[in-house]
Design a protein around this ligand. Structure first.
Ligand SMILES: Nc1ncnc2c1ncn2[C@@H]1O[C@H](COP(=O)(O)OP(=O)(O)O)[C@@H](O)[C@H]1O
Ligand SMILES: [Mg+2]
Length: 227
């Protein structure tokens, strides 16, 4: 599903990724744990096509997004990036758009989907997420957990094959940890999603993961912890 080979990234003199290798199988929930500043977000941004690595390759669904640090052909880039959904640490919802508009925006603008089709799909996703009664609400009217579910809905609307979460428990009350873990497991079971999570929350990681890796100082290591 996802293969990362020898990924390197520097910001100025700061080498953040030092030859990262990673392979993720379809349907797996993989969690990368590690301290702040270890390069976890940078890795996720490279996999989502938001940050270009200096070297190394990223292969998604047998297609190169980056090969030896170079971007895939422009026409293929969008096609490949579409397969990866990212749920940001602070959710990044569009504040001036309703829940329904937040979810229909990318399918309409990026995929050119018909508005009625986009709305029907968004309603189905909101049902799955238990938010059917929040369609017309705005982000400021939602709790943190609800905002996160809208952010997940926005990612799902693009029908990704891989969904990535950056610190999904960090913006929420600690009492929400179990609920977030259950929702991610439901994505894996009922939507057959492949999931990649980065977190510094070890308790959460053990709740949700099939497999845990650790990232420290730009180096990724297998923890040999299979749940
Ligand atoms: N856009 C950027 N410009 C410069 N430095 C960055 C940028 N993004 C991240 N960094 C640096 O890269 C290192 C790793 O950051 P990050 O990937 O966010 O780690 P983590 O998510 O594990 O906390 C940090 O030292 C951070 O300051
Ligand atoms: Mg981070």
């Amino acid at each position: 599903m996802l293969k990362v080979e020898g990924l390197e990234k520097k910001f100025g003199k700061n080498t953040v990724l030092k030859g990262v290798n990673l392979e993720i199988k379809e349907g797996e929930i993989t969690v990368i744990v590690g301290p702040s500043g270890g390069g976890k977000t940078t890795l996720l941004r490279c996999i989502s096509g938001l940050t270009q690595p200096d070297n190394g390759s990223i292969i998604i669904n047998n297609k190169y997004l980056y090969k030896d640090g170079k971007i895939a052909q422009k026409k293929d880039e969008l096609e490949i990036r579409k397969d990866v959904g990212l749920v940001f640490q602070n959710f990044n919802l569009f504040p001036h758009m309703s829940v329904l508009e937040n979810i229909t925006e990318a399918p309409r603008v990026v995929l050119g989907m018909d508005i009625e089709e986009a709305k029907n799909k968004a309603k189905e996703i909101l049902g799955f997420l238990g938010l059917e009664n929040k369609q017309t609400s705005y982000p400021f009217e939602l709790s943190g957990g609800q905002k996160q579910r809208v952010a997940i809905g926005r990612a799902l609307a693009m029908e990704p094959k891989l969904i990535c979460f950056d610190e999904p428990t960090s913006a929420l009350d600690p009492s929400m940890t179990g609920e977030v873990a259950n929702l991610i497991k439901k994505l894996s079971l009922e939507k057959s999603m492949t999931v990649l999570i980065i977190t510094h929350d070890m308790a959460f990681a053990t709740m949700v993961a099939h497999r845990i890796l650790s990232m420290n100082n730009g180096i990724l290591k297998e923890e040999h912890m299979y749940m």
